[in-house]
Design a protein around this ligand. Structure first.
Ligand code: URA
Ligand code: URA
Length: 270
């Protein structure tokens, strides 16, 4: 049905890629174009300040990418994402996307699992060994605990939708890099919009700081509901953290009870 549309976009992408091969990377972002020539023309120009906030640094990073020619890529991926009107279409796009990969080779896509119409969405960090093997988020030890936590507030895994910030496993189970989170985020945001949950529960610091775009301690971010893309987003500890340290169990229990209460208040599906 949307094949015709995709073909046109495919043609445009191939055209732009051919152009780039002939003429080199180009950008129509005026700021990104201006910056380098400014400093070339005026070597005395003051150096950029370096004491910037994360959000601002993120903006700079994006501009750098734009300037280095990946703006086409960013724009075409935004177009492709906007064209995904179902989770299946988004799944196919994710399967084909190099942007989601980490530098660990041969990993499987871990797209997300659960009810596509869920009113509660759980977002973790990144797939680990078991998740990569199964192609499903939260199936290892942390996943078993997550299932128990969900059961304690009367949800089953099938009621909710579970995804991660990254859709591929990072090497050595290291934390996702800022750059990896940046590349994956547009795909996750589209996934969130397609599911359109009433509540998003971020488990762990990586998930919360990435979606809220602020670098605060988990302790400071939990206990609130933040407006987020038409939903309410809240934060609690990562189940893997609970397995390591019991002191977080109590606050997690409080957080998930608040999730259940808010879910019912907002008229979430029974
Ligand atoms: N930890 C996560 O954050 N996500 C998973 O899918 C598994 C473990
Ligand atoms: N610190 C974290 O980074 N995450 C948790 O879930 C708990 C403590």
């Amino acid at each position: 049905m949307s094949n015709g549309k995709h073909d046109v976009i495919g043609d445009i992408i191939r055209f732009l890629e051919n152009e780039k091969e002939m003429y080199g990377p180009f950008s129509i972002e005026p700021e990104a174009k201006l910056r380098p020539s400014e400093s070339t023309l005026n070597p005395e120009a003051p150096k950029q300040k370096t004491d910037k906030g994360l959000a601002e640094q993120r903006g700079d990073e994006q501009k750098k990418n734009l300037a280095s020619g990946s703006e086409d890529q960013a724009r075409t991926i935004q177009q492709k994402l906007a064209n995904c009107s179902t989770l299946d279409e988004l799944h196919s796009l994710c399967s084909a996307s190099e942007l989601l990969k980490t530098d660990l080779e041969g990993t499987n896509l871990v797209f997300g699992v659960g009810n596509p119409n869920a009113d509660l969405m759980i977002i973790g960090e990144a797939p680990g060994f078991n998740e990569d093997k199964e192609g499903e988020p939260f199936v290892g030890a942390a996943g078993q605990l997550l299932n128990k936590i969900l059961r304690a507030i009367d949800f089953s895994r099938k009621d909710v939708y579970i995804a991660n910030i990254l859709k591929h496993r990072p090497p050595d189970n290291r934390n996702p890099l800022a750059e990896e989170r940046e590349r994956s985020l547009p795909f996750l945001l589209r996934q969130i919009d397609l599911i359109s949950p009433k509540i998003i529960l971020c488990v762990g610091k990586v998930s919360a700081t990435t979606l809220l775009d602020k670098d605060e301690a988990l302790k400071r971010m939990r206990g609130k509901f933040y407006p987020f893309r038409g939903a309410e987003l809240t934060v609690t500890y990562h189940p893997a953290a609970l397995l390591r340290n019991k002191k977080w169990k109590r606050p997690t229990w409080e957080d998930v009870q608040a999730v259940r209460k808010r879910y019912d208040e907002l008229g979430g599906k029974p």
